[in-house]
Design a protein around this ligand. Structure first.
Ligand code: ZN
Length: 440
C-alpha cells in the first residue's frame, strides 16, 4: 500500500488510498442524481452536501451583476420534463435522467408533429445508446437529449412536449472552504460544480477536492488553503471579479477535474509554465512510478482559462487524467462505472503529495560552508552496527549540503540532482537534527 506522511512540526497520519477510493466513489454516488446547472437549486443542494463534510461559506451573487465582460445570468430551475406520444406513453423522461433536458431550457408546453419536434432533439448517432449532455445558457431555447436508438423508434405522429422550468432573476451560488495557515499566502484548489449527472466531469473533481480539504482541516499548515466550488466559466469569472483585490495572495493552485477515469494522471501547466506548483506536480508525477503526462498551457480546457487570463496570469494549473478527451465526456456514459475508486484514490494521493511538497519546500543554509562537514562523527556516515544511512541517503545528504547556500530550495535540489523530493526532505531532516543546516 502506498502511503505518505507529512513532515514538519505536525505529522499527518498516513493516508490509506485504498480505503479512501471507495469513500470517494460513495460521495460521487450521493451527488450523482442531482440536476446541477450554473445556477439554481441543484447547485445549492450540491453545496449543502459539500458543506456537510467541510466548512463551506456559500455566496449568492444576484442576477444582473456585471462580472468583467459577462453578467450573472438569470437563475434556472426545473421540476419536470417529458415527451409523450398520442397514447400518453412517456418516451423521454427528465425523472429518469436529468441529461434528457438541454440544461437551461426555457419552459415549453406544446403539442407538435415529429418534424417540428426534431428541431429540438439531440442525439449521438455514433454512440446510439448514449444520451448527450448539452447546455443553452445564453440562448433562450429548449431541447431534449436522448439516445439515437430511441429517436429512430419515434413515429411520424404528434407529441406532447413539456418542460416545467423557470428562468428568472435569482442568484449564482458558489462555495468556499478556507483553511487558514501560518501565512496569508494561499493555495487555491478549484472544482467546477455545474454539471448534472456526470461523474468524471466533474463529480470526481468535487469529491477529491472535498476529501483533500477534509484531510487538511485541523492540520498545522504553513500556507492557507482555499477550496472553490463554483460553476464552470461564469462562476469562476464571478469569483475572480469579486476577489480581484485579493488574488495576489494566491501563491499557486490547480483546477481539479476529470480525476476518476483510468487514464494516466495529467498535469497541465499554468500559463507561467515554471511556477512552483508546475514544478511540484512534475516532480511528484515523475517519482510516482506510474505513467503520467505533463501538458504545456493552452487557452482551451477548464477554469484555468480564467485564472490564467492575461489580466490575472495566476500560477494555477490543472490536474486531471484524460481531461475532456475521452469518448464518454458530456454523455450519459460518464457514469458511476466510468470512475474507478482506485483512480480516484491515486488522484487524491498525488494532490496530497503535491501539497506535502509545497508545505515542505524549504530553503536551508549549511552551517559548514567550507569543505564538507564530517558526517561520520555525527552518525551520518556508514558505520558498523546501528541504523546507518544507505548510499542513496548519503548521496541525498551531499546534495542538500552542497546546495543549501540559502539560494536553492529542496525542489531546486531535487530537479538538479534527479533525487526525489521525498528522499531529499528526509536527508534535510537528518541534517537539521545534527545541526548541520538551518532554515533561511
Ligand atoms: Zn464539462
Amino acid at each position: 500500500m502506498e502511503t505518505v506522511e507529512r513532515a514538519g512540526a505536525a505529522r499527518f497520519a498516513p493516508i490509506d488510498p485504498a480505503g479512501l477510493g471507495s469513500q470517494l466513489h460513495c460521495f460521487i454516488r450521493e451527488l450523482y442524481p442531482i440536476c446541477r446547472s450554473i445556477t439554481g437549486e441543484g447547485l445549492r443542494k450540491t453545496l449543502r452536501r459539500i458543506g456537510a463534510r467541510i466548512p463551506l461559506a456559500v455566496t449568492e451573487v444576484p442576477t444582473g451583476t456585471p462580472v468583467f465582460d459577462w453578467t450573472v445570468p438569470r437563475e434556472w430551475n426545473i421540476r419536470d420534463a417529458y415527451i409523450k406520444d398520442s397514447a400518453g406513453k412517456t418516451l423521454v423522461d427528465f425523472r429518469c435522467s436529468n441529461l434528457h433536458v438541454v440544461n437551461y431550457s426555457v419552459p415549453v408546453r406544446e403539442r407538435m408533429p415529429l418534424a417540428a419536434l426534431k428541431q429540438h432533439l439531440f442525439t449521438l448517432p455514433d454512440h446510439p445508446h448514449w444520451t448527450p449532455y448539452l447546455t443553452s445558457y445564453y440562448n433562450d431555447t429548449w431541447g431534449f437529449c436522448l439516445a439515437h436508438e430511441r429517436l429512430l423508434e419515434m413515429k411520424d405522429a404528434e407529441y406532447e412536449v413539456v418542460i416545467d422550468s423557470s428562468l428568472e432573476d435569482g442568484a449564482l451560488s458558489y462555495g468556499e472552504c478556507f483553511l487558514p495557515g501560518e501565512r496569508s499566502d494561499e493555495v487555491l484548489i478549484s472544482a467546477h460544480t455545474c454539471h448534472p449527472s456526470l461523474c468524471n466531469d466533474n463529480l470526481s473533481g468535487i469529491a477529491v477536492a472535498v476529501f483533500l480539504a477534509a484531510l487538511l482541516r485541523g492540520a498545522s499548515l504553513r500556507y492557507s488553503y482555499r477550496f472553490l466550488f463554483a460553476p464552470g466559466t461564469i462562476g469562476t469569472i464571478t469569483w475572480l471579479a469579486l476577489h480581484e483585490s485579493r488574488v495576489s495572495d494566491i501563491k499557486g493552485g490547480f483546477v481539479l477535474t476529470c480525476v476518476g477515469d483510468r487514464s494516466p494522471c495529467t498535469y497541465k501547466k499554468s500559463r507561467l509554465g515554471n511556477a512552483e506548483i508546475d514544478r511540484a506536480f512534475e516532480q511528484v508525477l515523475r517519482h510516482a512510478g506510474l505513467p503520467y503526462r505533463i501538458q504545456e498551457f493552452s487557452p482551451s480546457g477548464f477554469d484555468e482559462r480564467q485564472f490564467c487570463s492575461p489580466g490575472f496570469d495566476l500560477p494555477v494549473g490543472c490536474f486531471m487524467r484524460a481531461g475532456s478527451g475521452y469518448a464518454e465526456n458530456h454523455t450519459s456514459a460518464d457514469d458511476l462505472d466510468l470512475v474507478s475508486p482506485s483512480a480516484l484514490a491515486e488522484s487524491l494521493l498525488r494532490c496530497w503529495t503535491v501539497i506535502d511538497l509545497l508545505e515542505n519546500n524549504r530553503t536551508y543554509i549549511g552551517r559548514v560552508q567550507k569543505c564538507e562537514p564530517q558526517l561520520s562523527k555525527r552518525g551520518l556516515y556508514r558505520t558498523l552496527g546501528g541504523r546507518a544511512p544507505t548510499g542513496e541517503e548519503e548521496n541525498a545528504m551531499r546534495w542538500v549540503l552542497n546546495f543549501s547556500d540559502g539560494e536553492n530550495s529542496l525542489l531546486d535540489i531535487a530537479e538538479r540532482s534527479g533525487i526525489s523530493f521525498e528522499i531529499l526532505r528526509s536527508a534535510a531532516e537528518a541534517l537539521l537534527r545534527s545541526e548541520l543546516l538551518r532554515a533561511t
